[in-house]
Design a protein around this ligand. Structure first.
Ligand SMILES: NC(=O)c1ccc[n+]([C@@H]2O[C@H](COP(=O)([O-])OP(=O)(O)OC[C@H]3O[C@@H](n4cnc5c(N)ncnc54)[C@H](OP(=O)(O)O)[C@@H]3O)[C@@H](O)[C@H]2O)c1
Length: 322
């Protein structure tokens, strides 16, 4: 079985025969058709992630074949009994356990879910981690219901695009930000009401004038621009935060937070129940993940480079087998 192995940070992954032992007697071997990248994989290769170990096969997203059925892999491992928060044994597939950038994977059968029939193998691999994260932050944490006005920041990203697709599917008015005008146009073509470029000075005021503010804001950038999101909240609004790309959030004005009764919900991945619910939503509304590009397993380092450049729109997928 060949796998793309990280042997040290700041080094390319090495595709070679992997002779790792089955990690658990309950695990089964799943032949993989496809995998997909998440920003997490890039953070790990750069050494910017907790608990890195070597050697490790990266990759949290996968679609494969097990006992005559096409399956997708739930990358949330050992969530634990409390729906509100993951327990101490919680892990994400692809560190510390070996991940999906490989011809096959050993995994607990409870992590396998039937592939939504309307998706091809590449689309199905694009779904798990980003789809699950978007589902939990939107529905479980921020309580999205039809008719709410939603802002999704950084529209070109994997999770962000699922958040946009899910919110549009149930009938929300969706606005976005992006660092690229081209991406803004693409999201509008998908049905978003509009958007602004976060690189333009005064982007938040521009959005305020256009929309009057939002009931729900979904963000993974954080940093100093987070304070502007507070200003874009309608009274009683919820902000769902699932990433910290720009680092610490300074200049928050507490009076605005409490006077407008704003809730900020941190969110990470999701439970097995949410994974099943996400697949159901995707099947119900016949949602197709947005795929930016497809690389072979041999081209995994080019795929990581594409993510690092940040010009992608949607998921970067690895085709492993037919
Ligand atoms: N907590 C969790 O469970 C979880 C799960 C998945 C991801 N994450 C985190 O969420 C972030 C995105 O992950 P991903 O895999 O979706 O990434 P990705 O596909 O590589 O996309 C990167 C995203 O960052 C956005 N971005 C970059 N600079 C920005 C800025 N100044 N303001 C607003 N957005 C900005 C990009 O927006 P444009 O391209 O439109 O400019 C794009 O949406 C990462 O920090 C990742 O670690 C967390």
């Amino acid at each position: 079985m060949k796998g793309a192995i990280l042997k040290s940070t700041q080094e390319p992954l090495v595709l070679e025969e992997a002779k790792f032992e089955n990690q658990n007697i309950d695990y089964v071997e799943v032949k993989l058709y496809s995998a997909a990248l998440n920003h997490r994989d890039l953070w790990i290769t750069k050494g910017q992630y907790a608990g890195i170990k070597f050697p490790i096969i990266l990759g949290s997203d996968g679609c494969g074949h097990f006992k005559g059925e096409d399956v997708v892999l739930n990358p949330s491992l050992e969530w634990g009994p409390d729906e509100r928060v993951q327990g101490p044994s919680y892990q994400v597939l692809g560190l510390p356990t070996h991940g999906t950038f490989a011809e096959s994977i050993w995994i607990h059968p409870d992590q396998l879910f039937p592939k939504p029939p309307h998706l091809n193998n590449l689309e199905a691999a694009a779904l798990p981690l980003a789809g699950l994260t978007a589902y939990r932050v939107l529905f479980s944490r921020c309580g999205l219901t039809p008719g709410k006005k939603v802002l999704v920041t950084g529209a070109g990203g994997g999770v962000a695009l699922f958040a946009i697709q899910f919110a549009l599917a149930i009938g929300s008015e969706v606005w976005v930000t992006s660092g690229s005008n081209e991406k803004l146009e693409k999201v509008k073509a998908m049905g978003a009401a509009g958007g602004v470029n976060y690189r333009n000075a005064g982007w938040d005021q521009q959005l305020k004038v256009l929309t009057g503010g939002f009931d729900i804001i979904i963000d993974s950038a954080a940093g100093d621009s987070f304070a502007a999101l507070i200003g874009l909240c309608r009274p009683g609004a919820a902000i769902g935060l699932y990433g910290g790309t720009l680092g610490k959030m300074n200049q928050l004005v507490p009076q605005v937070l409490f006077w407008k009764q704003i809730s900020i919900h941190g969110s990470t991945m999701g439970t097995a129940r949410e994974f099943a619910a996400m697949l159901e939503l995707v099947a119900k509304y016949q949602i197709h993940p947005v795929i930016d590009s497809v690389f072979s397993l041999e081209e995994v380092n080019q795929a990581l480079k594409r993510m690092e450049e940040g010009s992608q729109f949607g998921k970067i997928v690895l085709k492993i087998a037919d």
